[in-house]
Design a binder for this molecule. Structure first.
Ligand code: 4AD
Ligand code: MG
Length: 432
């Protein structure tokens, strides 16, 4: 194996070999004749031992100038070491200093999240943030792999849009030359168009909500994957959702065990997740919430507090189904056997992480859709293209949206989903 292939992540393949390690000094301590460096290379963290006897007096005294976050190129031999968290260490025989770092603002002690977020561009280097964003990357790849395997075609939805779909209270509005435009809240409407051209499609990208709520589950910019399927109805839509979520859990348990360990995640909570996920109607859920001291009546939203109560009660993700027609978006299909509810379901994650997926069967009848748009007093002109889809070979179809940061936050077991985003956007955060 070539030197060039060495990474800390695959260190086990290099036992006894001379390798080159390019990285940054995460931590260091010296004991007279030996310098212990914890070096990170982007794939992991490893202790590297520099001894005066091995590198010589002159090099050793240069090494003593190293500071936290200095960048280095080390050459040396990989040695098995039972005490090391990764099982290996490196004995350095030669090194080059690329840059002596100025005093790093994030010292190796506890800092408040506010301070750390203000240094987000540097905080990314710390082990927990590193682990989290690797899990995010795995979940993103998992989503793509799962959907590609299931025959979905990736169709990117635009970010700049004239048509709002998720209410008008949380839109980011822009001047678009002579017109009004918005940052997209959802790519769904475009996926409905694409589903009529490709059958099974999805988009996966950033979406925007000018959320005034400061909760641990809300970002103003978040990533959403939105599959949409022609000829798929309510039941099958739910089955695809639970299969996707289950797949992502299994994949992270398998591929991210190091990261979950670095985050001290209690993985037994993830290991006990099984299919199928329970389904509870909105009506039954209100009754349950009322036994928990909530005073809910028909049509009330399931609020953040309710979500917490629900997801703390169930150890499995749970679907809340048959939502009340009056508090749901215009595109959701009223249940033909009970028009007070729509054929929609929200999936709640366990452990207090709240809603991770929202999905529904869509209204496919032309007149019913026009009625729904009018009932909700939405500007019909803007939706002409969307209404058109019901004029030319309309079919029953369904889809859903899954919030990436919520899923990652849950899998990783973190307190606030902002850390599941590399550069999170909240009402009070636009830098860095
Ligand atoms: O339930 P939502 O609003 O559904 C839609 O936008 C549909 N158009 C999706 C579709 O059917 N294609 O959002 C979907 C998911 C939520 O379940 C949640 O996981 C996430 O997006 N989400 C947020 N995540 C972080 N911050 C926010 N402010 C979020 N709002 C929604
Ligand atoms: Mg929702």
């Amino acid at each position: 194996m070539q030197d060039i292939d060495f990474t800390i992540r695959n260190v086990a393949q290099f036992e006894g070999q001379q390798i080159t390690l390019k990285g940054w000094v995460f931590n260091l301590r010296s004991s007279g004749k030996i310098l212990f460096l914890i070096v990170r290379d982007g794939t992991g963290f490893m202790q590297c031992v520099v001894s005066k006897a091995e590198v010589g007096e002159e090099a050793f005294s240069k090494g003593k100038q190293l500071t936290q976050e200095s960048s280095v190129i080390l050459k040396g031999v990989i040695r098995k070491d039972a005490r090391s968290p990764i099982g290996y260490e490196m004995d350095v025989n030669e090194f080059e200093i690329i840059n002596i770092s100025e005093e790093f603002p994030i010292a190796l002690k506890d800092h408040g999240v506010g301070f750390l977020m203000s240094k987000r561009h540097l905080w990314l280097r710390s082990p927990k943030q590193h682990a989290l964003l690797r899990i995010r990357a795995e979940v993103e790849q998992g989503i793509r792999d799962f959907l590609n395997q299931e025959g979905f075609v990736l169709i990117d939805s635009p970010i700049l849009t004239g048509s709002a779909a998720e209410g008008t209270t949380n839109l980011f509005e822009l001047d678009y030359f002579e017109e009004k435009a918005y940052l997209s809240q959802t790519g769904q409407l475009y996926q409905e168009a694409a589903a009529m051209a490709f059958g099974k499609v999805y988009c996966f990208g950033p979406t925007f909500r000018a959320e005034k709520s400061k909760t641990r589950r809300h970002l103003t910019e978040f990533w959403m994957v939105e599959p949409e399927m022609a000829f798929i109805e309510y039941e099958d839509n739910i089955i695809i959702q639970e299969n996707l979520v289950f797949y992502l859990i299994q994949r992270c348990l398998k591929e991210c065990s190091q990261e979950l360990k670095a985050l001290d995640r209690d993985i037994s909570k993830l290991e006990q997740i099984k299919l199928p996920f329970p389904r509870v109607t909105y009506k039954a859920m209100l009754e349950f919430l009322n036994t928990k001291g909530r005073e809910k009546t028909w049509g009330d939203d399931i609020t953040g507090l309710d979500e917490t109560i629900i997801s703390e009660h169930y150890e499995q993700p749970v679907f809340i189904t048959h939502l009340p027609v009056e508090s749901t978006p215009f595109y959701m299909l009223p249940d033909p056997s009970n028009p007070r509810v729509v054929l929609a379901a929200d999936l709640m994650a366990p452990e207090g992480y709240g809603e991770i997926v929202g999905g529904s069967q869509r209204v496919h009848d032309l007149n019913q859709l026009i009625d729904r748009i009018r009932e909700q007093q939405l500007p019909e002109e803007i939706y002409q293209w969307y209404i058109d889809l019901r004029r030319y070979g309309t079919v029953p179809h369904s889809g859903f949206g899954m919030g990436l940061e919520r899923v990652v936050g849950w899998i990783a077991g973190i307190d606030h989903i902002r850390e599941a985003s590399p550069f999170p956007r909240t009402i009070e955060k636009i830098y860095p």
